[in-house]
Design a protein around this ligand. Structure first.
Ligand SMILES: Nc1ncnc2c1ncn2[C@@H]1O[C@H](COP(=O)(O)OP(=O)(O)O)[C@@H](O)[C@H]1O
Ligand SMILES: CC(=O)OP(=O)(O)O
Ligand SMILES: [Mg+2]
Length: 399
């Protein structure tokens, strides 16, 4: 049987099709620029001889309904999914599940309603995730749909980590608390780290750093999330591509009072015009590193602020955990930027973190240690695979 995983974003749908006995990827790709005049559909698959093939086309795709339809056509056309009856389940990434979901969940009308209710807590992510589910239900009406929540892994945090020091009724009546995100990724790399360490996950204390366009740090004690840097929404914490991460909560009041900015403008400013982009005008870390190397001061500052914030969270989580087995880097930046890994870990030797310069800069796409052989805390680079984790959890939920 096969499992289709969908990660439906505001203007894109990413997909992977797995065979569920050995988790081979049968096809993968995306539809991007949904709603623009020229959307792009990309699909890669292995043909009968095992040779990688790819298919790309550009055409207007006005909405998610047609985006998913296009994906289903491509999967049929390539033979990767000739008959939808071969599907055991469709797994969906859902960013916010509020306090309702601790595990992957079979989608029904009630579940859809709960996901709809938490839209105000993740306005950038949940509407598109929900669209993906609604469209997939129409397109594959007889196949079980499973929602896998970014927030679920963090539901083990203690109250002291998830409560904000604001009036109690805001939590009780309005759900204002830390939820945390990227849980699927933190969980996946945490388990892989335990395997590399040769210990059961339930015995491992880890700090996992998911550094992509969105970025978050998590403290894992004995296999459970006990703290994480993102908060009620994915805006809190580390410096991100276009999100500010932590700022003084008074900044928006000040901007509102003195510059007359309204709520929507402020939300856009902090979510889409801040972070690396706000500091230096670029949000692609490769370009920022190139500029910094050429002496560009704004790019150097962007790298410096990002590394400073990372180091602060690493230090905080070392203190929270007491004993730490490994620090794990993942996500496009965590996996590929030796520069940022080195900056974030510089000076942490007395706290037990010692990078090996040669291992850190060696070109590799593999899971690996980049710490010195004598570093008390191992530093690992582990490519994340949220889609595989979603596929596995979807199968668990239906069986
Ligand atoms: N070789 C590289 N060196 C440094 N940064 C990289 C490299 N490859 C990708 N990145 C950075 O990774 C980030 C995107 O991460 P990714 O995990 O793909 O994002 P998303 O959250 O959209 O899935 C971008 O800032 C990109 O510049
Ligand atoms: C929750 C979140 O920030 O997700 P992404 O990194 O995909 O934007
Ligand atoms: Mg990502």
């Amino acid at each position: 049987m096969k499992v289709l995983v969908l990660n439906s974003g505001s203007s894109s749908i990413k997909f992977q099709l797995f065979r569920n006995d050995d988790w081979t990827v049968l096809a993968s790709g995306s539809v991007t620029r949904i709603g623009e005049p020229e959307a792009l559909m990309r699909c890669r698959w292995a043909d009968a001889e095992g040779t990688q093939q790819s298919l790309e086309d550009c055409a207007a795709i006005p909405d998610h309904q047609q985006g998913l339809q296009r994906i289903a056509e491509a999967l049929a056309q390539t033979g990767a999914l000739a008959d939808t009856a071969e599907l055991l389940a469709v797994g969906h990434r859902v960013v916010h599940g509020g306090e309702a979901f601790h595990a992957p969940t079979l989608v029904d009308d009630d579940i859809i309603e709960v996901i709809r209710q938490v839209i105000p807590l993740a306005p950038l992510h949940n509407p598109a995730n929900l669209d993906g589910i609604l469209v997939a239900r129409k397109l594959f009406p007889t196949i079980p749909q499973v929602a896998v929540f970014d927030t679920a892994f963090h539901q083990t945090m203690p109250r002291t980590a998830y409560r904000y020091a604001i009036p109690d009724f805001l939590y009780r009546e309005h759900g204002v608390r830390r939820y945390g995100f990227h849980g699927t990724s933190h969980h996946y790399v945490g388990r892989r780290a335990a395997q590399l360490l040769g210990k059961p996950f339930e015995h491992c204390n880890l700090i996992t750093l998911h550094l992509g366009n969105g970025a978050s740090a998590t403290a894992i004690r004995e296999g459970s999330s006990v703290d994480t840097s993102m908060g009620m929404t994915p805006l809190e914490g580390l410096v991100m591509g276009t999100r500010s991460g932590d700022i003084d909560p008074a900044v928006p009041f000040y901007l509102s009072k003195h510059l007359g900015l309204d709520n929507d403008t402020l939300e856009g400013l902090l979510n889409r015009q801040s972070g690396l982009l706000g500091l230096c005008g670029d949000n692609d870390l490769r370009e920022i590193q190139r500029r910094a190397e050429a002496g560009d001061e704004a790019a150097e500052l962007a790298l410096g602020v990002t590394a400073h914030r990372l180091k602060k969270y690493i230090g905080a989580y070392l203190a929270e955990l007491g004993r730490t087995d490994a620090l794990v880097f993942t996500g496009g930046i965590g996996e590929n930027s030796a520069e940022l890994r080195a900056r974030a870990c510089a000076g942490l030797e007395t706290l037990g973190i010692r990078i090996d310069a040669a291992a850190n800069t060696a070109a590799s796409q593999q899971e690996r240690a980049v710490s010195h052989a004598e570093s008390p805390i191992q530093v690992l680079v582990i490519p994340t695979n949220e889609e595989l984790q979603i596929a596995r959890e979807a199968v668990e939920a239906v069986s």
